[in-house]
Design a protein around this ligand. Structure first.
Ligand code: MG
Length: 164
């Protein structure tokens, strides 16, 4: 049985030295405002995985921003924990597709590294990881460099031996 999950995340930007996307540090004159490391790709991925396996909660339920334990944490932790729940439920992640929406910097030079990092983290082949970058053509919150967001679709499968 094939299943799909979707995740979205947005963080505001403020003056800084850079921020992480998909676990890769992107130098910038901005940084994300967040309790954790503010990686919108890994946050959207975490929710996509939770959605895929019908988790009882989203990233905010599992890892409350009010919990000091998650202050400045590497968001790889969230995705790894979501993967554990996925596996416990008898699912296997088979592919992900990512869209990052950011005005600057141009991510064309970073997309390969982000893809490779996600591929390694999720133990997928490079054909099973899509990473795309878009801008909003200088308009709106993202166009004014006030924020960055990401969408992730995760696909997985389960064996009927494990389910029902
Ligand atoms: Mg977030």
């Amino acid at each position: 049985m094939t299943k799909t999950g979707i995740g979205f995340d947005f963080h505001k930007l403020e003056k800084g030295n850079g921020f992480k996307l998909g676990g890769v540090f992107i130098p910038s004159e901005y940084k994300t405002i967040a309790h954790s490391d503010g990686d919108v790709v890994l946050h959207a991925l975490t929710d996509a995985i939770f959605g895929l396996c019908g988790s009882s909660g989203d990233i905010g339920d599992h890892f409350p921003a009010s919990d000091p334990k998650y202050k400045d944490i590497d968001s790889t932790y969230f995705a790894t924990e979501a993967l554990k729940e996925l596996q416990t439920k008898g699912y296997r992640l088979t592919s992900i597709d990512v869209v990052i929406v950011l005005q600057r910097p141009n991510l064309s030079v970073w997309k390969k590294e982000i893809k490779e990092n996600l591929r390694r983290l999720l133990n997928l082949t490079s054909d099973d990881v899509g990473v795309k970058a878009k801008t909003t053509e200088e308009t709106g919150v993202i166009g004014r460099q006030e924020g960055v967001c990401a969408f992730v679709v995760a696909t997985g499968e389960t064996s009927d031996i494990y389910k029902r």
